[in-house]
Design a protein around this ligand. Structure first.
Ligand code: PLP
Length: 379
């Protein structure tokens, strides 16, 4: 049996055809007709005015923070329960992240803690320069109270929608909350360009400026002329061609991933000690990764026992994100709460969730979880 991966790329004939078209046209540089078309098509799909195609989601976050004016020494409030790229981007601009814990139902940043922190920082006269909130595992954050709190204190909001392309909140697409939003097309995402990202915004001037900085900040001149520090962050035309093909099948990919999740939820419905978060009633998740919680006393084995047992059967799973406030690299940063995400990290496991999983693969995953050796007193 070939290895079952957590979230592998899933390519189809459209992607191949578009890639060959890009190759044959000799537009193999980080600009070209597929880059322009990918930006237009993604913006149309999300329902946002403007988009800049970039080399990664991390690059999109970095430029997004620069676009709202975050400077060295500033603080940025962000989700602790996320991938490190969110917090790293804050460091790239010389700012200090302050980590805010998750809501226990949605696992996304707690709007109540965020509002409290904004209120107390306003009272101290030290408002953060921005809030960078994440749509976790394909489910939107609870944007209404988050945007209201940011508006109250006039703090710019950026949405890290890297994992949430195609998800919705109150009928509105992920990527439309905040001044700017970032998507990722990394190899493990719901659609991929091998590596890539997109910065989107309703404000054209922000996207135009980000695109300029992403192209080494070349001033208009026949020679190389620069009045700002730029970055080499543009997406290759070859990869944009792949992205266009992937975007065409996004709805199908969401359907497949939601079906994986529904399958696991019903397969383990009567297994003591295994549970799944319920989808927030405010939106529709793209079900990027299906996450399972393991109660070791009830199930008779820990999350790590299950992970190692599946690994022995060549099935890849991953613990949930280790929260940023527990990461050595951010140990000097302040956090607001932290117990919810730390608890989820202790007992949570991401199951194979790729859109190319076969019914047989999914059954094998379920059988393997259930055949994990149980201990009398799991530690
Ligand atoms: C929440 C989150 N933010 C940012 C990123 C960074 O995206 P990229 O890998 O495209 O740089 C990722 C994933 O990789 C992510 O999951």
């Amino acid at each position: 049996m070939p290895r079952i991966y957590l979230s592998p790329p899933h390519m189809g004939p459209d992607e191949r055809g578009l890639l060959i078209d890009a190759f044959d046209s000799n537009w193999v540089a980080p600009l070209g007709p597929h880059v322009d078309a990918f930006e237009r098509e993604l913006a149309a799909r999300v329902g946002v005015g403007h988009a800049a195609a970039l080399s990664s989601g991390t690059a999109a976050l970095h430029l997004g923070l620069l676009m709202v004016g975050v400077k060295p020494g500033d603080t940025v409030l962000t989700s602790t329960f996320t991938f490190s790229a969110t917090a790293n981007a804050i460091r790239y601009v010389g700012a200090r992240p302050v980590f805010v814990d998750s809501d226990s139902d949605t696992w996304n940043i707690s709007p109540a803690l965020l509002a409290e922190e904004l209120e107390s920082s306003a009272a101290r006269g030290k408002l953060p320069a921005a809030v960078l909130a994440v749509d976790l595992y394909g489910q939107c954050a609870d944007w209404d109270p988050i945007t209201a709190a940011c508006a109250r204190y006039d703090v710019p909001l950026i949405e890290d929608a890297a994992e949430a392309l195609g998800a919705t909140y109150q009928g509105r697409a992920a990527g439309t909350f905040g001044a700017l939003a970032a998507f990722s097309f990394n190899g493990n995402k719901i659609i991929t360009t091998a590596g890539g990202g997109m910065l989107v915004s309703a404000r054209e001037e922000l996207v135009r400026r980000a695109r300029f900085l992403a192209t080494q900040a070349r001033d208009p001149a026949p020679h190389y002329q620069h009045s700002s520090v730029g970055f080499n962050y543009r997406l290759s035309n070859l990869l944009a061609a792949v992205g266009r093909g992937q975007l065409r099948v996004l709805d199908e990919r969401i359907r497949q991933r939601r079906s994986n999740r529904d399958f696991y939820v019903s397969a383990f419905a009567s297994t003591p000690g295994l549970s799944f978060p319920t989808e927030a009633s405010y939106g529709r998740s793209n079900a990027w990764l299906t996450c399972m919680l393991v109660d070791p006393t009830e199930f008779g084995a820990t999350r790590e026992d299950i992970r190692l047992h599946l690994e022995s059967k060549d099935i890849e799973t991953r613990p949930l994100w280790k929260p940023m406030h527990l990461q050595p690299v951010f140990e000097d940063c302040r956090s607001v709460g932290g117990g919810v995400s730390a608890g989820l990290f202790d007992v949570g496991l991401c199951l194979p969730s790729g859109s190319s999983l076969t019914p047989k693969d999914r059954e094998l995953v379920v059988e393997s979880v259930l055949s994990t050796p149980r201990r009398a007193r799991p530690g």
